[in-house]
Design a protein around this ligand. Sequence first.
Ligand code: PXP
Length: 253
Amino acid sequence: MNRLRLGVNIDHVATIRNARGAGYPEPSRAAELALAAGADGITAHLREDRRHISDADIDVLADLCLKRGKPLNFEMAVTEEMLGIALAHRPHAACLVPERREEVTTEGGLNVVAGHNHIAQAVQRLREAGSRVSLFIEADPAQIETSARIGAQVVELHTGAWCDAFRAGEHDRAQAILQRLRTGARLAGELGLEVHAGHGIDFATVKPVAAIPELTELNIGHFLIGEAIFTGLAPAIQRMRALMDAARAEIAA
Ligand code: PXP
């Protein structure tokens, strides 16, 4: 069974910094610590409204990841402005996400079916610049098939609904959503896509997701940064890593 990579999203270190308009805590320091604690890469979302990560953060994080030989996964909306920034940095990976200014977080997947012309052009331009392009989508067959057709190399399946249903104690709904994630991952794998997953994952919800065999990467942020307040960032990442590895070992057994 392949080892599952862990991408740590450090956006919310910037949220805390920006709450006071101060220069700390620094997302780059969190990125250094995360990599030292076993993260396989760093994920950062430069939102159009710059509510957390700033343009300067992306400059620093891109340099840091390059120096450490670790991938930067640049999350971005499909806009000309963000494409310009991504094309200037040529990050290892670009993850295209939907974005609405009024949302608190990325609420659902990208509608690749409805926006396929526009998204296909962005995928092509990013691929030509050498980035691996990932589309953040719901585990819906039409979205997965369209992602493969327009040339994305990766799909990241949105796990938010699974995590919400699990935490709400809605067992049957949670299992149905998990089943959809499993079926979606299988279809994506059959279509030759690399399969990632993320959003809303914590210690309680990670193992069933990590046990989906086709997955190669999880991206986790908000919970880890919150947990860092209580235990420190490194122990939080190490525990998440251990749970992911345990889930993989259980399916391999
Ligand atoms: N993956 C993608 C594409 C995201 O947009 C986010 C949130 O920015 C995450 C993963 C991480 O989600 P969370 O912060 O809830 O762990």
